[in-house]
Design a protein around this ligand. Structure first.
Ligand code: DC
Length: 229
C-alpha cells in the first residue's frame, strides 16, 4: 500500500463523491470511486450474475481489469481501459450493485482490485468499507452520515439541476432500501472503522464538510515533536 491513503465511507447520497474529488484535487491525489467498480460489474454482468454459481462468477470476474487514470478531480475509474459514464449511474444499476456487493466472491475480487489500485498510487477513496476492510492502515479515515431525508433532498436537487425527474418519496424509498441492504449484509457491512472520524453532514454545506476534512488531514500531516522519556 502506498503511504498516503485517505478513506471516505458512508451511505448513499451523503456527498462522498463530490467531497472525495475535492479532497483529491486539493491534495493532488488520485481518486478511487469503489462504488463505480461495483456498478461496472453490475452493468456488464447484468441481473444474471445473481444466479451464477461461485465458480462461474469467479471465472467471469477474471476478465475485469480496473485502473484509476488521471489525478485530482480529473481522476476516472476505468475498466479494461474503458471509462463508464452515465450508463452506470441509474438507480437500477445501483440497486444491482448493492445486491452484488453482498456476494462474497464479488467482494473478494474487488478487494484485490482495490488494493492493487492502492499499490499503484496514493489515493483518496470512497465507498462503504474502504477504511474498515480494504485499507485498515490508511492515514486518515472518515465516516460521513446524514439523515435519509436530507440525503433524499440532496439527490432530488441534484437530479433537478440536471433536468431529470426527481420524485422525493421515490428517492427516499430507494435510499432506505439501499441503506438496509448495505448496512445489514454479512460481508463487509457499511459501518465506520473503529478509528474513523465521524462527521454528521446533515446540517452542513459541502464546503463546510470539505473544510473539516482538510483540517483533520492537515492535522494528521503536521510533524509531531519527538517524545521525551
Ligand atoms: O457509492 P455508490 O452509490 O456508487 O455504490 C453503489 C452500490 O455499490 C452500493 O449501494 C453498495 C455497493 N458498494 C459496496 O458494497 N461497497 C463499496 N465499497 C462501494 C459500493
Amino acid at each position: 500500500m502506498k503511504d498516503f491513503i485517505i478513506t471516505l465511507d458512508g451511505p448513499a447520497g451523503v456527498g462522498k463523491s463530490s467531497l472525495a474529488q475535492a479532497v483529491a484535487e486539493e491534495m493532488n491525489l488520485s481518486y478511487m470511486d469503489s462504488g463505480a467498480m461495483f456498478r461496472i460489474l453490475a452493468f456488464e454482468l447484468g441481473p444474471e450474475a445473481l444466479d451464477m454459481s461461485d465458480s462461474e462468477l469467479e471465472s467471469r470476474l477474471q476478465a475485469f481489469r480496473f485502473s484509476v487514470q488521471g489525478a485530482g478531480k480529473n481522476s476516472v475509474m476505468c475498466c479494461n481501459g474503458r471509462y463508464f459514464g452515465d450508463e452506470i449511474r441509474s438507480e437500477e444499476v445501483a440497486a444491482l450493485a448493492s445486491r452484488l456487493g453482498a456476494n462474497a466472491v464479488v467482494r473478494a475480487f474487488l478487494c484485490g482490485a482495490q488494493r492493487d489500485v492502492g499499490m499503484q498510487s496514493s489515493l483518496v477513496c470512497e465507498g462503504r468499507d474502504m477504511g474498515s476492510v480494504i485499507f485498515p492502515h490508511a492515514l486518515c479515515k472518515f465516516f460521513l452520515d446524514a439523515t435519509p431525508e436530507e440525503r433524499a433532498r440532496r439527490r432530488s436537487r441534484q437530479l433537478e439541476s440536471q433536468g431529470k425527474i426527481a420524485d422525493y418519496s421515490t428517492i427516499l424509498d430507494q435510499i432506505l432500501t439501499r441503506d438496509a441492504k448495505d448496512r445489514n449484509r454479512k460481508e463487509s457491512p457499511l459501518r465506520p472503522a473503529r478509528d474513523a472520524i465521524l462527521i454528521d453532514t446533515t446540517e452542513r454545506t459541502l464546503d463546510e464538510v470539505l473544510e473539516l476534512l482538510l483540517a483533520h488531514i492537515n492535522h494528521m500531516l503536521k510533524p509531531r515533536a519527538p517524545e521525551h522519556e
